[in-house]
Design a protein around this ligand. Structure first.
Ligand SMILES: [Zn+2]
Length: 129
């Protein structure tokens, strides 16, 4: 069952929206209510860069049951050009050729389905660019 949290996170999942602190300029993703650097509560919405580098990754061979049909697959930490780090599945690539430091780009893809007749959930995944 897809939780209401999924719907609340659509601006981040679909449009890579983050919040930038108006006091110190720190970008928070996902957005926060209070800046963890300066405690300010004043933010503006910014759209993150969709390009960055692969900071690290791992190949999943034994997955949770929901994703067991997709094994093996890679999950990585991507450092975007604006410094934000996020976790994403790395798709459409030869897993044996992945390298830390590779240029990657975030793309919009289906993440999972909520049952046979349920809703489709979308979000970002990373491809080697
Ligand atoms: Zn701040």
């Amino acid at each position: 069952m897809i939780s209401p949290k999924y719907f609340r996170e659509i601006p981040q999942r679909y449009r890579l929206e983050a919040s930038r602190c108006k006091e110190c300029g720190t970008i928070h993703f996902p957005p926060r209510l209070i800046c963890n650097k300066c405690k300010s509560q004043e933010f503006e919405t910014v759209k993150l860069s969709d390009s960055g580098k692969l900071a690290t990754y791992t190949v999943i061979r034994v997955a949770p049951s929901k994703f067991s049909q997709e094994t093996p697959y890679a999950i990585g930490i991507v450092e975007l050009n604006d410094g934000v780090k996020l976790t994403a599945q790395i798709v459409e690539t030869d897993l044996d050729k992945l390298q830390i430091g590779q240029n990657v780009k975030l793309v919009f893809r289906r993440i999972q389905d909520d049952g046979k007749a349920g809703i489709h959930c979308y979000g970002y995944k990373a491809v080697v660019s």
